[in-house]
Design a protein around this ligand. Structure first.
Ligand code: CA
Length: 235
């Protein structure tokens, strides 16, 4: 028997809700829907879904508040689906732990592709967690060795500084997912350097020079303009 992925849709616009319900069922997903943020948290904790699609403007709470509560106890993939199109809304949602952000109006085939991608990242993250148990992550010709604190390219140490290694190690832990500039700065340099992206850009340029064949056309670390960076998924 086929095991279907279960998706919770949190949306108060009934026409969008019906569209999503029909679309997702037609694509073999189990679908649970609600227009209430409070009810959504109950559904998620009791039905163990595989993915959440979240509208930000909900009648009983703001979707960002829901995301914040959810992230206190769950790492389930969340795709935000919102009419808010500003870069700062996208950054805020990603900072709070959303996995992806889609602006309304959206194309259904794009949404389905992002859902498949988020589900795949989740599996990859689980696999990466397993790979991490022996402390090594392989991404093509790149190897991140968490025990020896070094990064190898074609089995040769690329000679990262300690800070550069911590940066690559952080991206590796979330491989395939965009990590915002703020999250990286906070994690690597602490809260005081907030909003100083220059030091991050300098370090990233040095890392790319050491690990990429063509730093201007990266194969490993990618830039999401105005938002952050992500590392390619592990093999
Ligand atoms: Ca809404």
């Amino acid at each position: 028997m086929e095991i279907r992925d279960r998706i919770v849709v949190i949306e108060d616009d009934s026409s969008i809700l019906n569209l999503l319900k029909t679309l997702l069922k037609a694509n073999n997903y189990d679908v649970l829907v609600t227009a209430s943020g409070a009810e959504a948290l109950t559904i998620i904790s009791s039905h163990c879904p595989d993915l959440v699609i979240l509208d930000l403007g909900l009648p009983d709470m703001d979707g960002t508040g829901l995301l914040r509560s959810l992230r206190e106890w769950s790492s389930i993939p969340v795709i935000v689906l919102s009419a808010r199109a500003h870069e700062k809304d996208k950054v805020e949602a990603l900072d709070l732990g959303a996995d992806d952000y889609i602006t309304k109006p959206f194309g259904t085939s794009e949404l389905l592709a992002r859902i498949r991608s988020a589900l795949r990242h989740r599996r990859t993250a689980m696999d990466a967690g397993l790979a991490m148990q022996n402390g090594v992550l392989h991404i093509g010709s790149l190897t991140i060795d968490y025990n020896k604190h070094r990064v190898l390219k074609n089995d040769r140490d690329v000679g990262l500084t300690q800070t550069e290694f911590r940066l690559v190690a952080l991206l590796g832990r979330y491989a395939g997912r965009v990590i915002t500039y703020d999250m990286i700065l906070r994690e690597i340099w602490g809260p005081n350097l907030k909003n100083d992206n220059r030091i991050l850009r300098v370090n990233m340029a040095n890392i790319r020079r050491k690990i990429e064949n063509h730093p201007a056309e990266p194969e490993f670390i990618f830039t999401e303009a105005g938002v952050g960076y992500f590392l390619r998924e592990p093999d």
